[in-house]
Design a protein around this ligand. Structure first.
Ligand code: ATP
Length: 215
């Protein structure tokens, strides 16, 4: 995302990719405009929030008309740097890492895993989902101009690998390990712990059951 977007509150920025995906679909269907109600139903964000978010984008919906799909799409493309493919590296080609290498991130956004690293000699030298797997010892040789890395190594390895990634110029890390990694202030880490998410869903189901909607 480019710097212009610093003016947008973080909570709004987090919803941008969600909006982008939906607006992109509408555009493919040839739709010219969309109402905040339609958007709200599709992305499950209340329409007051959508209207406030969109006002930050300079998109002012008109009553009875809605928002201009073309305008929104060009705003999102620009703001999310969608005209440029973001290169991503993946470290740790285990079960989860392998699944990500097979997943086509380009379907929904302009990010692409371009290279993967592992310590296992049986995996090094192979190609998985079209992505070459290099030895983790050679990380620094390959990581030029790569800003983003996905971490799917065992948690004991996470901190050491992180330090090498930071040293090699990576500035964003999507951490799928349960380890809480320490990074310098200018590095952004997003943490996704699938087991914790699952456990929390089960807990919520049990203790905070949702009411069924009447009618
Ligand atoms: P698998 O069954 O293929 O081992 P897993 O997800 O259960 O998958 P993990 O032990 O979590 O296995 O390890 C994930 C991957 O990280 C493995 O492919 C492993 O070889 C790799 N790995 C372990 N240590 C390192 C390291 N220091 N650097 C890079 N990759 C590593």
């Amino acid at each position: 995302m480019n710097n212009e977007q610093n003016k947008i509150p973080q909570a709004t920025a987090k919803r941008l990719p969600l909006y982008y995906r939906f607006i992109n679909n509408l555009h493919h269907q040839g739709k010219l405009r969309v109402s905040s109600k339609e958007l709200s139903d599709a992305v499950k964000v209340d329409s007051a929030t959508i209207r406030r978010d969109f006002s930050y984008f300079g998109a002012l919906g008109k009553k009875g008309y809605g928002y201009n799909v073309e305008y929104l799409l060009s705003f999102f493309r620009k703001t999310l740097d969608q005209d440029e493919v973001t290169k991503v590296a993946l470290i740790g080609v285990g079960n989860l890492g392998t699944a990500f290498l097979h997943y086509n991130f380009m379907k929904n956004n302009n990010t692409k895993i371009e290279m993967a690293f592992d310590a296992d000699p049986n995996k090094v030298g192979s190609e998985i989902g079209g992505v070459p797997v290099y030895h983790v010892d050679d990380l620094e040789d390959h990581l030029q101009n790569t800003a983003v890395a996905i971490l799917t190594v065992p948690s004991t390895e996470a901190q050491g690998i992180t330090e090498r990634l930071v040293e090699a110029g990576v500035s964003g890390i999507l951490n799928f390990t349960p380890a809480r990694i320490t990074v310098p202030d200018h590095i952004r880490v997003h943490h996704i712990d699938l087991s914790v998410e699952l456990q929390s869903l089960v807990y919520f189901l049990k203790h905070y059951p949702l009411e069924e909607e009447e009618g």
